[in-house]
Ligand binder design. Structure first.
Ligand code: SF4
Length: 263
């Protein structure tokens, strides 16, 4: 059961330094409840009594005016939530924003784990600049453990196909790469006909609570790999991810596939 409430927000666009000019997070909190989510470790969320993934605040904006002098600047949905989490199916907060910006010159980028995004294909097709990115880092089995309320990766792949076949630009962010869970090359092979480019990132376990949570899952589900897994994150060397990075680069070059960011 998700607890929801409405909260006032001043503007739907927030300036950022995260590789885009602005971000838009139509909700506070995220029903997807990913175990590794770094957003839950931010001070503003740590102060909440509810468990991450069990609450969503719905932002209410006084208007949907685009800030002055934004021109063709870039806007990322979303950095601290998922704009297409299940509540969007009934609240349509993301769609409402899109209806107000789809004729603008903004360069709009989405990153989601939800196949609900295909609902808004009619607007994407009319936008001057939009790209839809999907995070995929595991198969349907592991998703139930690490990303309990997100769409299944197989459903995300179907959504990528649908968007691609409609002429919408797509990308896949293989992240977080979880040792012994993420099969990077299998994911690349499954989606490569339908995506314009890839991005990659490793698992970030800087937060102690997140780290213990993930270690516990590995201990329970992959006991034979537990010591190796801990070694990867506790040793000063970065051999596992460095070797993987080189292997990924070699594969992408051989396959003539584009990438914009590799950890
Ligand atoms: S979808 Fe993103 S924001 Fe939502 S819980 Fe997962 S990692 Fe966090």
């Amino acid at each position: 059961m998700i607890r929801t409430k409405f909260v006032d927000a001043s503007n739907f666009m927030t300036k950022t330094s995260l590789g885009h000019d602005f971000t838009c997070n139509p909700y506070v909190g995220c029903e997807h409840g990913c175990l590794y989510c770094y957003a839950q470790t931010m001070p503003s969320f740590l102060n909440r009594l509810e468990k991450w993934g069990t609450y969503v605040d719905i932002k209410m904006y006084p208007n949907y005016n685009i800030q002055k002098n934004t021109g063709s600047k870039s806007l990322l949905f979303s950095s601290m939530t998922d704009a297409y989490q299940p509540i969007e199916a009934t609240m349509s907060c993301t769609r409402k924003i899109l209806e107000n910006i789809y004729e603008s010159n903004l360069k709009v980028s989405f990153l989601t784990k939800s196949s609900l995004v295909v609902r808004d294909i009619d607007l994407f097709k009319q936008m001057k600049s939009v790209e839809i990115g999907f995070s995929i880092a595991m198969d349907d089995y592991w998703k139930e453990i690490f990303e309990p309320n997100a769409s299944r990766p197989s459903e995300r792949i179907e959504a990528i196909k649908t968007l691609h076949q409609s002429g919408v630009k797509t990308y896949v962010f293989i992240s977080p790469i979880i040792p012994y869970v993420t099969n990077v090359f299998e994911i690349i092979d499954k989606v490569k006909p339908y995506v314009d480019y890839f991005m990659f990132d490793k698992l970030n376990l800087k937060d102690t609570i997140n780290k213990l949570r993930i270690y516990q899952v590995v201990k329970n589900k992959l006991p034979e790999k537990y010591n190796d897994f801990v070694h990867i994150f506790d040793s000063k060397k970065n051999d596992y991810y460095e070797k993987l990075k080189n292997d990924i680069k070699t594969y992408l070059i051989k396959e003539n596939l584009q990438y914009h960011y590799l950890y």
